[in-house]
Design a protein around this ligand. Structure first.
Ligand code: GLN
Length: 273
């Protein structure tokens, strides 16, 4: 039976999303987002055709394997909410470790901060929310920058955005205290075997060339000339790339270290000059 009231629509959503591990919560989040009403007050009020149609489309998209965050249109990261769509990578919880590391390093200072491959802007906006200074971010994708701009406004921070290829995007005289990056680092082999959900995310944000490292190396090589003395460089990397990245980074930086994620996997390069 098709739902007529919001209470019925909620039940109907839950039934249709029962195939998902977190279907019950997702039903609630979706319905609250679509209807603009809190679940607790949903009752015998008649549903609008628009809300029903949107719930129907959401179910179809999820059945098709699209990430929940794209269907919902947002994702929480570092206690903030970010708008996302298929032009940007969905912010991952492990990336919060990079943000936390930068905040611990930079608190109490006034800093010039740059984030490359910014995508949704989740890293630089979280930093801008928690550090004092000037915040800059670059991405090669104008579509991604549109989302980053919306997210900066949504979270009420000022971030200067640049469109272009890595360091070419920013004025060449600039020097930063902190440079962060979450570049694409998946290998050709990983790309050939990615789970269905990841096929909805932009290749541009995932694929890092045959060995996944080409952009990481390019960024590492150029970073020192854009850093102040005693600056911090932080980059997310793939779990099998720690050894190669560390060796490469040691040619360009004095102090280098690989930081692991909560599962004990190599996940970030931390480097100081
Ligand atoms: N960590 C992402 C994944 O889950 C990849 C992100 C990236 O390439 N920067 O596959």
């Amino acid at each position: 039976m098709l739902p007529h009231t919001y209470a019925q629509l909620y039940k109907w959503l839950k039934e249709n999303l029962a195939f998902r591990e977190n279907g019950e919560n997702e039903s609630r989040w979706l319905l609250e987002e679509i209807s603009g009403k809190k679940i607790l007050v949903l009752g015998d009020e008649e549903i609008s055709i628009r809300d029903f149609a949107q719930c129907h489309t959401a179910i179809e998209r999820l059945e098709n394997g699209e990430p929940f965050q794209y269907v919902m249109g947002s994702q929480d990261f570092f206690g903030l909410n970010f708008k996302v769509n298929a032009d940007v990578l969905v912010p991952r919880p492990e990336t919060e470790i990079l943000v936390q590391t930068a905040i611990e390093w930079g608190k109490d200072e006034y800093l010039n901060v740059l984030d490359l491959c910014t995508g949704s802007g989740c890293i630089i906006i979280s930093l801008a929310k928690n550090l004092a200074g000037k915040f800059h971010a670059a991405d090669i994708s104008p579509q991604a920058l549109k989302i980053a701009k919306e997210n900066a406004a949504l979270n009420k921070v000022k971030v200067k955005l640049y469109n272009g290829d890595l360091f070419k995007a920013v004025p060449q005289y600039m020097k930063f205290d902190i440079i962060t990056a979450n570049p694409p680092y998946l290998t050709k082999e990983e790309m050939a075997n990615i789970p269905k959900e990841l096929t909805f995310e932009p290749d541009l944000a995932l694929y890092g060339g045959d060995d996944g490292l080409s952009l990481c190396y390019k960024i590492l090589k150029e970073a020192p000339q854009f850093m102040k003395t005693q600056g911090l460089f932080l980059m997310e990397i793939g779990e099998n790339q720690g050894g190669d990245i560390l060796k490469f980074a040691q040619e360009y930086f004095k102090n280098t270290q690989i930081i692991k994620d909560l599962c004990g996997k190599d996940r970030f390069l931390k480097a100081e000059n």
